[in-house]
Design a protein around this ligand. Structure first.
Ligand SMILES: Cc1ncc(COP(=O)(O)O)c(C=O)c1O
Length: 370
């Protein structure tokens, strides 16, 4: 038995983060108020080779503004995967549009392109593929369908900074994309997000919404032209984000290492499937996860309780979100139902050691009676 709790997430904070934040707190005011904001936005533009980047207070806010800038409004339909964090769909309701929930692929847990195409109607305005738990959606197929039907694409890349599809970064396929820096994510700023896009007009609108609808004319400082939002990131958070971003390769490598430790121990066990990346994908394994394919002596929730009593924190995979009461949806998405009811996010934080993963794996094997 260990004498500490093994958590599902947890950032890696080094002297670099502390020194950038210290500098921002000390010097990042007055004419330097946005020095780290500009540096971090620029770093994203360069890495993803895009024209525009805007830091935000959350990925949810980023998705909200982006969807509005893509022209989504009252009574439009927006297609979202059944398996995701609620934010991917709530932003549709913020605009008084309607989320349409489609099934996911059994293998990648991300939007099934066929289900997407089947759900398209005359009212479909946009689609939001989600790169769930760090695994990218099948963006080449999703983009081809979206182009064919003239549908805008907003990538919810909240948990997948650095994931790729056939070598191309998730977040660089759609019209607009958003990432999250919330405290459990791959890169953290406490709370925060960023939007990237190559579309000049869409970006100009996003920027205007992000500044309370202020005029696009820089000389017209306090003239407000539309209802906007206050979704800004502070310079101090951006300092933390820049330090994290400069360590991105190291941080992704660690996530992948944690997954490989699980794979070594659980990968060949009967009845357990890891959320392994597809051949065309590079996952950043934000959350290493397992699906219980067989019926063991404990079910998913029983296993979570047993792991908890061994000092191990886990998370259930998201419920099928169409069943939340506010949507009153009667759709049935079988792959999502199976994954949702049988899967667990395992401890995947940056500070875990191989001994921790050994302990978690042994506990899973013991409690399932394998
Ligand atoms: C798939 C997905 N979309 C959106 C979000 C929202 O991100 P934020 O918490 O930065 O608003 C999250 C956060 O967990 C997420 O996992």
């Amino acid at each position: 038995m260990i004498n500490y709790k093994i958590l599902t997430a947890g950032p890696s904070i080094t002297q670099k983060e502390k020194s950038y934040v210290n500098d921002a707190v000390t010097n990042g005011w007055n004419e330097n108020w946005n020095s780290y904001i500009l540096k971090l936005e620029n770093a994203f533009r360069e890495k993803f080779n895009v024209k525009h980047a805007l830091l935000t207070s959350s990925c949810t806010g980023a998705l909200h503004m982006s969807l509005r800038a893509l022209g989504v409004g009252v009574d439009d339909e927006v297609i979202v995967p059944e398996l995701t964090w609620v934010a991917s769909a709530s932003v549709v309701n913020y605009l008084r549009a309607k989320p349409i929930f489609v099934d996911v692929d059994k293998r990648t847990w991300t939007m099934n392109p066929k289900s997407f195409e089947q759900a398209i109607t005359g009212k479909t305005k946009a689609v939001i593929p989600v790169h769930l738990y760090g695994h990218p959606s099948k963006m080449d197929e999703i983009m081809a369908i979206a182009h064919k039907h003239n549908i805008k694409v907003l990538e919810d890349a909240a948990p997948a900074i650095g994931a790729t599809v056939n070598g191309k970064y998730a977040g660089t396929f759609g019209d607009v994309s958003a990432f999250s820096f919330q405290g459990a994510k791959m890169l953290v700023t406490g709370e925060g997000g960023i939007i990237i896009t190559n579309d000049d007009d869409v970006f100009a609108n996003i920027k205007q919404y992000s500044e309370h609808g202020r005029s696009k004319d820089p000389d017209n400082t306090f003239w407000i032209e539309t209802i906007g939002y206050k979704y800004k990131m502070s310079n101090i958070q951006a300092a933390l984000g820049l330090a994290q971003f400069e360590r991105i390769d190291e941080l992704i490598d660690k996530k992948r290492l944690v997954f490989s430790w699980y794979e070594e121990r659980l990968g060949n066990l009967p009845g357990i499937a890891l959320n392994q990346e597809a051949s065309w994908a590079k996952s950043i394994y934000w959350m290493s996860s397992i699906l219980l394919e067989d019926n063991f002596k404990l079910d998913r929730d029983g296993l979570m309780r047993a792991l908890k009593s061994d000092g191990i924190d886990t998370r259930p995979v998201f419920p099928t979100i169409s069943k939340y009461p506010m949507w009153k949806s009667d759709c049935i998405n079988p792959a999502a139902i199976e994954i949702s009811s049988r899967s667990i996010n395992l401890p995947s934080g940056h500070n875990l050691t191989e001994a921790d993963i050994e302990y978690v794996s042994d506990s899973i094997i013991k409690n399932l009676g394998i």
